[in-house]
Design a protein around this ligand. Structure first.
Ligand SMILES: *Cc1c(COP(=O)(O)O)cnc(C)c1O
Length: 388
């Protein structure tokens, strides 16, 4: 069987063997409940606190500012719903963008139904939010600004530090969905003036169903899940000990290799973009070439259906995506591509390839050749045989 080339790392990443190895003892021998007083329980407790320290350190935070959750979607829901609820005396206005993940957009939709007012900021044709637009959207009753750090479809990196500074100046709480960014680009919550930040382990070679929410100490978030006293009493439920341990290990590994991985991925990303733009006609790169995640490539091909291209690439052993994992299977064109002004008939031909540091130049040559072949077939432009 042909070796698979996995280019859908924005949807999820393979769990690192070292992560699995770190997790296994917590299923097998070290199963104690972290709240229990005997040694077996305390060992689980210690392991969780060790992960908290690693993760806090990775973003320049304090351990008590890290809350473990069941992933990015939960972190986003918690940040938005609980801020909205606790700040309601001050106002009901929230600022976000049109290109957020559905975990943000649909939570905002829910809040709208409950009497909150949401401003969805537009982005430019590269997917960047304008600072001036943020400033103009701020009102006396604005209680929260939530802008993603990097977009999951087109990879655009937003000017988070400057938006954070603006929010700070106006005394407004600033949340960022950093699920695509954490473990892939450097993040410092203090330098970037971030008050709350969501991340998810399975996007950086950790286990699925585990994530965290960073909350600046002074901001004190209300409970999201009521029950026991876990996570300082704001997120009840017996901790996912193996998951949290695995996420800690994945975070430590991500930080250790960050610089090197970014270099390799950026080089390979640029080679893939260059090769496809050069060899395949009628294609556009979505987002900006430089200001994008090191591992993200997103194209639109004219005159074809992205879903069909995916099926053909799958037969060639290549795993890719038509955009966000959450919207594939839906027939609406991607809200992100719509927001950057891609016409619907072109947005249908979207292809997202998200790399990791293991990709080789030979694999990129193979992927480019497969894209070229399949695009030609799908456009019904098979080269006519020349008779001499
Ligand atoms: C994947 C993703 C999420 C959701 O994270 P889960 O852990 O899968 O719930 C949220 N936001 C962004 C930007 C993502 O890429």
């Amino acid at each position: 069987m042909k070796k698979m080339i996995y280019l859908d790392n924005a949807a999820t990443t393979p769990t690192a063997p070292e992560v699995i190895e770190a997790m296994l003892p917590f299923y097998e021998r070290r199963y104690g409940n972290p709240s229990a007083l005997y040694d077996l329980g305390q060992k689980s407790h210690d392991a969780i606190e060790e992960s908290r320290k690693i993760i806090a350190q990775s973003i320049g935070a304090q351990p008590e500012e890290i809350y473990f959750t069941a992933g990015g979607s939960e972190s986003d829901n918690w940040a938005l719903k609980c801020t909205a609820e606790s700040m309601v005396m001050r106002g009901r206005h929230i600022i976000t963008t049109k290109i957020e993940h559905h975990a943000i957009l649909r939570t905002c939709g829910y809040l709208e139904q409950n009497g909150y007012e949401i401003t969805y900021l537009p982005v430019n044709d590269k997917g960047t939010v304008s600072l001036e637009q943020v400033r103009r959207a701020i009102r006396p009753d604005t209680i929260l600004i939530s802008v993603m750090m990097a977009n999951n479809e087109i990879g655009t990196i937003e000017p988070i530090a400057r938006i954070g500074m603006l929010a700070r100046r106006y005394g407004i709480c600033f949340h960022t969905d950093a699920v695509q960014a954490y473990g892939h680009i450097p993040i410092e919550v203090n330098r970037m003036n971030i008050d709350m930040m969501s991340a998810s382990a399975h996007k950086f070679n950790g286990p699925k169903g585990t994530g965290f929410l960073y909350v600046r100490k002074k901001k004190r978030i209300p409970p999201f899940i009521h029950g026991g006293g876990q996570e300082s009493g704001v997120r009840a439920g017996t901790e996912n000990v193996p998951g949290i341990v695995g996420m800690g290990k994945a975070a430590a590994m991500a930080m250790e290799s960050l610089k090197e991985r970014m270099e390799i991925e950026t080089r390979m990303r640029d080679y893939l973009i260059y090769s496809v733009l050069k060899q395949v006609p009628k294609v556009r790169l979505n987002g900006e070439w430089n200001n994008r995640l090191p591992n993200n490539v997103d194209f639109c091909f004219d005159e074809l259906e992205g879903g069909n291209l995916l099926v053909m690439l799958d037969m060639d052993g290549i795993c890719a995506s038509a955009g966000s994992a959450c919207s594939s299977g839906e027939h609406e064109p991607s809200h992100v591509l719509t927001a950057i002004g891609v016409p619907p008939e072109i947005a249908r031909g979207a292809l997202r390839l998200t790399l990791n540091e293991k990709i080789t130049a030979e694999q990129i040559d193979y992927v480019t050749a497969c894209i070229k072949k399949n695009v030609t077939i799908l456009r019904g432009q098979k080269e006519t045989v020349k008779f001499t």
